[in-house]
Unconditional design. Structure first.
Length: 369
């Protein structure tokens, strides 16, 4: 067997004389270097998003470094890192930019919290309903305030006690839609995996789910045009004079809104699980911009146990609370289109697994009998 044939079976291998990569891996690198988005790559190579994420994990394990770019229409793009400063920024990940269309004057997202995968009170049906609500209402960003997993401690019975299995179950079963990105902080239950097992939940999830962006355990800014939202699991004590106008937290499992004397609004998100004394719910945020800053912002609490009805609606005028001017509007680009920039002949299909091959042989055998 030639080295090239061996590479096509193994995708990527290193030998004494150099490196061989499979045809798919070579084309994947070419598409990334030509600024293809995740959906463009999948369409061109005829692979699924989940397969793409697995291949990107393989490339990163071999030393390739790509920064992800996230758009508010759900697209993900990849940029190769070619200098030290960009590499430092990539590794620190102190905040995330959500790129909007330059002419766009509005932004909307769905806010959820405290999923608790691994607990018997997990409501996967409600999480599915939340995704369906996004699809029906043209929402492409989900913001989660942490406690994705139940972790090592719980106030109720766990359906999955092994900590690593909780994480892998989330990776496999959390909904995946090619046009929806989830941005999440990590909570104290997520942190318990690091504390007791040395498992960084954020790193593990990001390796296999590019559509789920984890921002760490201490909270981070989400940058949208010239403004920000601060996302964390639990705020603790904050200096509101240095905080963005919108602060999002979870942890307490009950919905509330609180205004600071400076005009900041802290929204505490309800849980989407059954670990609550009230009813699981979600929140939609609808914002408009003025000169790149938040102007009118509406929060809608939605009941999703029986459809998605609005049970609470509050609006804020941030333009009058935080009067600011900026001639330049940041974090904007033209949305990527599905038009191919280069042609890739004979799109490569990911090879079949041994199980798929076995099932095909079994089906043929049964058909011949």
């Amino acid at each position: 067997m030639s080295k090239k044939d061996y590479a096509n079976k193994r995708d990527f291998f290193i030998y004494q004389g150099g490196v061989f990569m499979s045809e798919l891996t070579e084309k994947l690198i070419e598409l990334i270097n030509n600024n293809y988005t995740a959906n463009q790559i999948c369409a061109t190579l005829n692979i699924t998003n989940r397969e793409l994420y697995n291949y990107l994990t393989m490339l990163r394990a071999r030393g390739f470094v790509y920064a992800n770019k996230y758009y508010d229409n759900g697209e993900i793009a990849y940029t190769k890192i070619v200098n030290k400063q960009k590499l430092i920024e990539y590794k620190l990940k102190e905040s995330i930019n959500v790129i909007t269309n330059h002419d766009g004057t509005s932004f909307k997202a769905l806010l959820i919290s405290d999923l608790h995968y691994g607990n018997s009170n997990l409501r996967e049906d409600l999480i599915d309903s939340a995704f369906n609500y996004c699809i029906k209402n043209d929402i492409h960003i989900i913001i989660c305030a942490g406690d994705i997993l139940d972790g090592s401690f719980s106030s109720s019975e766990q359906s999955i006690t092994d900590l690593y299995s909780q994480a892998t179950y989330f990776i496999k079963h959390y909904p995946l839609d090619k046009n929806i990105i989830t941005i999440s902080s990590l909570g104290d239950h997520d942190y318990s995996l690091l504390k007791h097992k040395g498992i960084d939940v954020g790193e593990l999830i990001s390796n296999y789910r590019n559509d789920v962006v984890t921002l760490g355990y201490e909270g981070s800014d989400i940058n949208i045009k010239n403004d920000q939202m601060f996302l964390c699991h639990r705020t603790g004590s904050l200096d509101y004079s240095s905080c963005p106008p919108i602060i999002i937290q979870g942890h307490y499992h009950e919905y509330s809104l609180k205004e600071s004397r400076l005009g900041n609004v802290t929204i505490t998100l309800p849980t989407i699980s059954n670990m609550t004394s009230s009813i699981p719910s979600i929140v939609e945020i609808d914002a408009t911009f003025k000169q790149g800053y938040f102007a009118d912002v509406e929060f809608k609490q939605l009941l999703i146990t029986n459809g998605c009805g609005v049970i609470n609606r509050v609006s804020y005028d941030f333009a009058s609370r935080f009067p600011r001017k900026n001639k330049n509007i940041d974090n904007t680009e033209e949305y990527p289109t599905m038009e191919k920039k280069i042609e890739v002949n004979n799109p490569v299909r990911v090879r079949k697994t041994q199980i798929e091959k076995f099932n095909e042989r079994l089906a043929k055998k049964k058909g011949s009998n």
